[in-house]
Design a binder for this molecule. Sequence first.
Ligand code: NDP
Length: 306
Amino acid sequence: MIYSTIIIGGGPAGLTAALYASRAELKPLLFAGLAPGGQLMQTSEVENFPGFPEGILGPDLMMNMIKQVEHFGTEIKNENVTAVDFSSNPFKVISDSGTFLAKTVIIATGAEANWLGLPNEQRLRGHGVSACATCDGFFFRDKDVVVIGGGDSAMEEANFLIKFAKSVTIIHRRDEFKASKIMLRRAQDNKKISFLMNTEVVDVLGDKVVEGIKVKNKVTGEEQVLNVQGYFAAIGHTPTTKMFSVAGVEVDQKGYVVVKNNTRTNIEGVFVAGDVNDHRYRQAVSAAGMGCMAALDVEKYLAEKE
Ligand code: NDP
Protein backbone atom coordinates (compact mmCIF):
# COMPACT_ATOMS: atom_id res chain seq x y z
CA MET A 1 0.00 0.00 0.00
CA ILE A 2 1.20 3.52 -0.78
CA TYR A 3 -0.15 6.26 1.49
CA SER A 4 -0.92 9.65 -0.01
CA THR A 5 0.78 11.22 2.94
CA ILE A 6 2.60 10.12 6.07
CA ILE A 7 2.84 12.64 8.88
CA ILE A 8 5.71 12.25 11.31
CA GLY A 9 4.99 13.89 14.66
CA GLY A 10 2.02 13.87 17.01
CA GLY A 11 2.00 17.42 18.39
CA PRO A 12 -0.29 20.28 17.33
CA ALA A 13 1.45 20.63 13.93
CA GLY A 14 1.21 16.95 12.98
CA LEU A 15 -2.31 16.52 14.32
CA THR A 16 -3.63 19.61 12.54
CA ALA A 17 -1.99 18.42 9.32
CA ALA A 18 -3.72 15.09 9.89
CA LEU A 19 -7.06 16.81 10.48
CA TYR A 20 -6.89 18.65 7.17
CA ALA A 21 -5.44 15.69 5.26
CA SER A 22 -8.06 13.28 6.55
CA ARG A 23 -10.92 15.70 5.81
CA ALA A 24 -9.47 15.97 2.28
CA GLU A 25 -9.82 12.17 2.16
CA LEU A 26 -6.09 11.58 1.85
CA LYS A 27 -6.30 8.84 4.53
CA PRO A 28 -3.07 9.88 6.25
CA LEU A 29 -0.90 7.72 8.45
CA LEU A 30 0.48 9.61 11.43
CA PHE A 31 3.43 8.48 13.53
CA ALA A 32 2.89 9.99 16.94
CA GLY A 33 5.94 8.54 18.69
CA LEU A 34 5.90 6.60 21.94
CA ALA A 35 4.49 9.57 23.87
CA PRO A 36 1.83 11.08 21.59
CA GLY A 37 0.79 14.70 21.99
CA GLY A 38 4.14 16.48 21.91
CA GLN A 39 5.36 19.13 24.33
CA LEU A 40 1.87 20.08 25.53
CA MET A 41 1.57 16.73 27.28
CA GLN A 42 4.04 18.13 29.81
CA THR A 43 2.23 21.40 30.38
CA SER A 44 -0.53 21.94 32.88
CA GLU A 45 -3.07 24.66 32.05
CA VAL A 46 -3.09 26.03 28.49
CA GLU A 47 -4.77 29.41 28.36
CA ASN A 48 -3.54 30.72 25.03
CA PHE A 49 -5.08 28.23 22.64
CA PRO A 50 -8.14 29.97 21.17
CA GLY A 51 -11.54 28.53 21.87
CA PHE A 52 -11.13 27.61 25.54
CA PRO A 53 -12.28 30.57 27.63
CA GLU A 54 -11.56 28.75 30.90
CA GLY A 55 -8.27 27.29 29.60
CA ILE A 56 -7.66 23.60 29.09
CA LEU A 57 -5.10 21.13 30.42
CA GLY A 58 -2.35 20.45 27.86
CA PRO A 59 -2.93 16.67 27.86
CA ASP A 60 -6.72 17.19 27.47
CA LEU A 61 -6.18 19.51 24.50
CA MET A 62 -3.96 16.95 22.82
CA MET A 63 -6.31 14.03 23.54
CA ASN A 64 -9.12 16.07 21.95
CA MET A 65 -6.98 16.66 18.87
CA ILE A 66 -6.18 12.94 18.65
CA LYS A 67 -9.88 12.00 18.93
CA GLN A 68 -10.77 14.57 16.29
CA VAL A 69 -8.31 13.24 13.70
CA GLU A 70 -9.26 9.63 14.41
CA HIS A 71 -12.89 10.59 13.87
CA PHE A 72 -12.01 11.73 10.34
CA GLY A 73 -10.08 8.57 9.55
CA THR A 74 -6.43 9.27 10.39
CA GLU A 75 -4.52 6.09 11.17
CA ILE A 76 -2.25 6.71 14.16
CA LYS A 77 0.74 4.62 15.12
CA ASN A 78 2.21 5.24 18.55
CA GLU A 79 5.68 4.35 17.36
CA ASN A 80 8.88 6.22 16.70
CA VAL A 81 10.09 6.54 13.14
CA THR A 82 13.66 5.28 13.11
CA ALA A 83 14.71 6.21 9.56
CA VAL A 84 13.42 7.66 6.30
CA ASP A 85 14.48 7.17 2.71
CA PHE A 86 13.62 10.08 0.44
CA SER A 87 15.93 9.03 -2.40
CA SER A 88 13.02 8.02 -4.63
CA ASN A 89 9.24 8.29 -4.66
CA PRO A 90 7.33 6.55 -3.06
CA PHE A 91 9.27 7.56 0.03
CA LYS A 92 10.08 5.00 2.71
CA VAL A 93 9.28 5.64 6.37
CA ILE A 94 10.71 3.02 8.68
CA SER A 95 9.53 2.25 12.21
CA ASP A 96 9.92 -0.72 14.55
CA SER A 97 6.85 -2.34 12.99
CA GLY A 98 7.95 -2.11 9.37
CA THR A 99 8.52 0.03 6.30
CA PHE A 100 5.71 2.27 5.06
CA LEU A 101 5.47 3.89 1.64
CA ALA A 102 4.12 7.35 0.88
CA LYS A 103 3.82 9.80 -1.99
CA THR A 104 4.36 12.71 0.39
CA VAL A 105 5.70 13.17 3.91
CA ILE A 106 5.03 15.96 6.38
CA ILE A 107 7.81 16.42 8.92
CA ALA A 108 6.32 17.66 12.19
CA THR A 109 8.69 16.23 14.77
CA GLY A 110 9.02 19.46 16.77
CA ALA A 111 11.85 20.70 18.91
CA GLU A 112 12.71 20.05 22.48
CA ALA A 113 13.67 22.65 25.02
CA ASN A 114 17.16 22.12 26.34
CA TRP A 115 17.39 21.53 30.07
CA LEU A 116 20.28 21.89 32.46
CA GLY A 117 19.93 18.30 33.66
CA LEU A 118 19.78 19.18 37.36
CA PRO A 119 18.77 16.43 39.81
CA ASN A 120 15.28 17.87 40.54
CA GLU A 121 14.59 19.82 37.35
CA GLN A 122 12.32 17.29 35.62
CA ARG A 123 10.53 16.24 38.82
CA LEU A 124 9.32 19.82 39.33
CA ARG A 125 8.39 20.44 35.70
CA GLY A 126 4.90 21.93 35.57
CA HIS A 127 5.21 22.78 39.29
CA GLY A 128 7.29 25.90 38.97
CA VAL A 129 9.81 24.59 36.43
CA SER A 130 9.12 25.60 32.84
CA ALA A 131 10.84 26.37 29.56
CA CYS A 132 8.10 28.58 28.12
CA ALA A 133 7.22 31.94 29.65
CA THR A 134 4.50 32.60 27.08
CA CYS A 135 2.80 29.37 28.11
CA ASP A 136 3.22 29.54 31.87
CA GLY A 137 4.17 33.13 32.79
CA PHE A 138 0.64 34.03 33.80
CA PHE A 139 0.82 31.58 36.74
CA PHE A 140 3.69 33.52 38.32
CA ARG A 141 1.82 36.68 39.23
CA ASP A 142 3.59 38.43 42.15
CA LYS A 143 6.12 35.62 42.42
CA ASP A 144 9.91 35.74 42.36
CA VAL A 145 11.32 33.84 39.41
CA VAL A 146 14.65 33.09 37.76
CA VAL A 147 15.47 32.71 34.07
CA ILE A 148 18.53 30.70 33.11
CA GLY A 149 20.51 31.69 30.00
CA GLY A 150 22.20 34.62 28.36
CA GLY A 151 20.71 34.58 24.84
CA ASP A 152 17.77 36.38 23.24
CA SER A 153 15.36 33.76 24.60
CA ALA A 154 16.43 34.49 28.16
CA MET A 155 15.94 38.24 27.66
CA GLU A 156 12.61 37.72 25.95
CA GLU A 157 11.39 35.34 28.66
CA ALA A 158 12.48 37.78 31.38
CA ASN A 159 10.81 40.74 29.69
CA PHE A 160 7.61 38.76 29.32
CA LEU A 161 7.64 37.32 32.85
CA ILE A 162 8.16 40.67 34.53
CA LYS A 163 4.67 41.69 33.41
CA PHE A 164 3.38 39.24 36.01
CA ALA A 165 6.20 38.41 38.39
CA LYS A 166 7.35 40.46 41.38
CA SER A 167 10.97 40.02 40.34
CA VAL A 168 12.99 38.23 37.67
CA THR A 169 16.63 37.27 38.10
CA ILE A 170 18.53 36.26 34.96
CA ILE A 171 21.22 33.75 35.82
CA HIS A 172 24.01 33.40 33.30
CA ARG A 173 27.07 31.16 33.42
CA ARG A 174 29.44 33.73 31.88
CA ASP A 175 30.05 37.47 32.23
CA GLU A 176 29.19 38.21 28.60
CA PHE A 177 25.89 37.82 26.81
CA LYS A 178 24.98 36.11 23.58
CA ALA A 179 21.80 38.18 23.45
CA SER A 180 21.45 41.03 20.98
CA LYS A 181 22.17 44.48 22.44
CA ILE A 182 18.62 45.70 22.09
CA MET A 183 17.07 42.71 23.86
CA LEU A 184 19.68 42.90 26.60
CA ARG A 185 19.18 46.63 27.11
CA ARG A 186 15.45 46.18 27.43
CA ALA A 187 16.02 43.73 30.27
CA GLN A 188 18.73 45.87 31.88
CA ASP A 189 16.47 48.93 31.79
CA ASN A 190 13.77 47.20 33.78
CA LYS A 191 14.34 47.80 37.50
CA LYS A 192 12.52 44.62 38.46
CA ILE A 193 14.95 42.48 36.43
CA SER A 194 18.34 41.72 37.98
CA PHE A 195 21.33 39.67 36.84
CA LEU A 196 23.52 37.04 38.46
CA MET A 197 26.57 36.56 36.28
CA ASN A 198 29.26 33.86 36.31
CA THR A 199 26.73 31.75 38.12
CA GLU A 200 25.59 28.18 37.61
CA VAL A 201 22.51 26.54 39.03
CA VAL A 202 23.29 23.57 41.27
CA ASP A 203 19.70 22.37 41.78
CA VAL A 204 16.04 23.32 42.01
CA LEU A 205 14.65 22.99 45.52
CA GLY A 206 11.17 22.07 46.70
CA ASP A 207 9.05 19.09 47.60
CA LYS A 208 5.87 19.50 45.51
CA VAL A 209 6.52 22.95 43.99
CA VAL A 210 9.59 25.09 43.44
CA GLU A 211 10.60 26.78 46.70
CA GLY A 212 14.07 27.94 45.74
CA ILE A 213 17.21 27.23 43.78
CA LYS A 214 20.79 26.64 44.83
CA VAL A 215 23.39 28.53 42.80
CA LYS A 216 27.16 28.67 42.76
CA ASN A 217 29.40 31.55 41.75
CA LYS A 218 31.88 30.13 39.28
CA VAL A 219 34.61 32.60 40.24
CA THR A 220 34.46 32.48 44.05
CA GLY A 221 32.91 29.00 44.41
CA GLU A 222 30.43 30.48 46.87
CA GLU A 223 27.01 28.79 47.03
CA GLN A 224 23.72 30.42 47.99
CA VAL A 225 20.02 29.62 48.01
CA LEU A 226 17.60 31.97 46.26
CA ASN A 227 14.03 31.87 47.52
CA VAL A 228 12.07 31.81 44.28
CA GLN A 229 8.88 30.12 43.14
CA GLY A 230 9.59 29.93 39.43
CA TYR A 231 12.48 28.52 37.35
CA PHE A 232 12.57 29.07 33.58
CA ALA A 233 15.22 27.38 31.47
CA ALA A 234 16.00 29.48 28.37
CA ILE A 235 19.13 27.78 27.09
CA GLY A 236 17.97 26.99 23.58
CA HIS A 237 15.99 24.31 21.77
CA THR A 238 17.00 21.30 19.72
CA PRO A 239 14.87 20.38 16.71
CA THR A 240 14.34 16.67 16.04
CA THR A 241 15.80 16.51 12.55
CA LYS A 242 18.80 14.22 12.53
CA MET A 243 17.24 11.40 10.50
CA PHE A 244 15.87 13.90 7.97
CA SER A 245 19.16 15.67 7.38
CA VAL A 246 20.80 12.27 6.91
CA ALA A 247 18.13 11.62 4.25
CA GLY A 248 19.02 14.82 2.39
CA VAL A 249 16.56 17.34 3.85
CA GLU A 250 18.22 20.72 4.09
CA VAL A 251 18.54 22.01 7.65
CA ASP A 252 20.10 25.25 8.90
CA GLN A 253 23.11 25.62 11.21
CA LYS A 254 21.01 24.87 14.26
CA GLY A 255 19.31 21.87 12.70
CA TYR A 256 15.95 23.47 11.82
CA VAL A 257 14.40 22.30 8.54
CA VAL A 258 14.75 24.96 5.85
CA VAL A 259 11.55 25.90 4.05
CA LYS A 260 11.83 26.55 0.33
CA ASN A 261 8.35 27.55 -0.75
CA ASN A 262 5.61 27.89 1.86
CA THR A 263 5.85 24.51 3.62
CA ARG A 264 7.92 22.73 0.97
CA THR A 265 11.42 21.51 1.74
CA ASN A 266 14.28 21.05 -0.74
CA ILE A 267 12.97 17.55 -1.51
CA GLU A 268 9.92 17.51 -3.76
CA GLY A 269 7.04 15.85 -1.92
CA VAL A 270 8.50 16.44 1.56
CA PHE A 271 6.80 19.16 3.60
CA VAL A 272 7.38 20.59 7.05
CA ALA A 273 5.26 22.05 9.85
CA GLY A 274 5.70 23.37 13.37
CA ASP A 275 8.62 23.91 15.72
CA VAL A 276 10.90 21.71 13.65
CA ASN A 277 11.06 24.68 11.27
CA ASP A 278 10.32 27.48 13.71
CA HIS A 279 12.75 28.66 16.38
CA ARG A 280 10.99 31.97 16.76
CA TYR A 281 7.32 31.60 17.69
CA ARG A 282 7.22 28.04 19.09
CA GLN A 283 3.54 28.20 20.00
CA ALA A 284 0.95 25.42 19.78
CA VAL A 285 -1.32 27.65 17.76
CA SER A 286 1.38 28.69 15.28
CA ALA A 287 2.46 25.04 14.92
CA ALA A 288 -1.17 24.04 14.32
CA GLY A 289 -1.48 26.81 11.72
CA MET A 290 1.53 25.54 9.87
CA GLY A 291 0.18 21.97 10.06
CA CYS A 292 -2.91 23.19 8.27
CA MET A 293 -0.78 24.93 5.63
CA ALA A 294 1.36 21.81 5.06
CA ALA A 295 -1.70 19.61 4.55
CA LEU A 296 -3.20 22.08 2.08
CA ASP A 297 0.12 22.23 0.23
CA VAL A 298 0.23 18.42 0.12
CA GLU A 299 -3.30 18.29 -1.24
CA LYS A 300 -2.42 20.80 -3.97
CA TYR A 301 0.84 19.00 -4.79
CA LEU A 302 -0.93 15.65 -5.17
CA ALA A 303 -3.69 17.16 -7.28
CA GLU A 304 -1.07 18.73 -9.59
CA LYS A 305 0.74 15.37 -9.91
CA GLU A 306 -2.39 13.40 -10.59
P1 NDP B 1 21.14 30.81 22.25
O1 NDP B 1 21.88 29.61 21.79
O2 NDP B 1 21.30 32.08 21.52
O3 NDP B 1 21.52 31.11 23.78
C1 NDP B 1 21.50 30.10 24.74
C2 NDP B 1 22.01 30.66 26.05
O4 NDP B 1 21.92 29.63 27.04
C3 NDP B 1 23.48 31.09 25.98
O5 NDP B 1 23.66 32.28 26.72
C4 NDP B 1 24.21 29.93 26.64
O6 NDP B 1 25.34 30.31 27.38
C5 NDP B 1 23.19 29.43 27.63
N1 NDP B 1 23.37 28.00 27.87
C6 NDP B 1 23.39 27.00 26.98
N2 NDP B 1 23.56 25.83 27.58
C7 NDP B 1 23.68 26.10 28.90
C8 NDP B 1 23.89 25.30 30.05
N3 NDP B 1 23.99 23.98 29.98
N4 NDP B 1 23.97 25.92 31.26
C9 NDP B 1 23.83 27.25 31.35
N5 NDP B 1 23.62 28.06 30.30
C10 NDP B 1 23.56 27.49 29.09
O7 NDP B 1 19.61 30.32 22.32
P2 NDP B 1 18.28 31.21 22.37
O8 NDP B 1 17.18 30.24 22.62
O9 NDP B 1 18.45 32.32 23.31
O10 NDP B 1 18.13 31.79 20.91
C11 NDP B 1 18.07 30.91 19.78
C12 NDP B 1 17.92 31.74 18.51
O11 NDP B 1 16.63 32.34 18.45
C13 NDP B 1 18.95 32.87 18.43
O12 NDP B 1 19.34 33.00 17.10
C14 NDP B 1 18.17 34.06 18.88
O13 NDP B 1 18.67 35.28 18.37
C15 NDP B 1 16.77 33.75 18.35
N6 NDP B 1 15.74 34.40 19.14
C16 NDP B 1 15.28 35.61 18.74
C17 NDP B 1 14.33 36.28 19.46
C18 NDP B 1 13.84 37.58 18.97
O14 NDP B 1 14.45 38.15 18.10
N7 NDP B 1 12.75 38.08 19.50
C19 NDP B 1 13.79 35.73 20.70
C20 NDP B 1 14.36 34.47 21.07
C21 NDP B 1 15.30 33.85 20.31
P3 NDP B 1 26.69 30.83 26.64
O15 NDP B 1 26.39 32.24 26.22
O16 NDP B 1 27.72 30.71 27.72
O17 NDP B 1 26.91 29.90 25.50
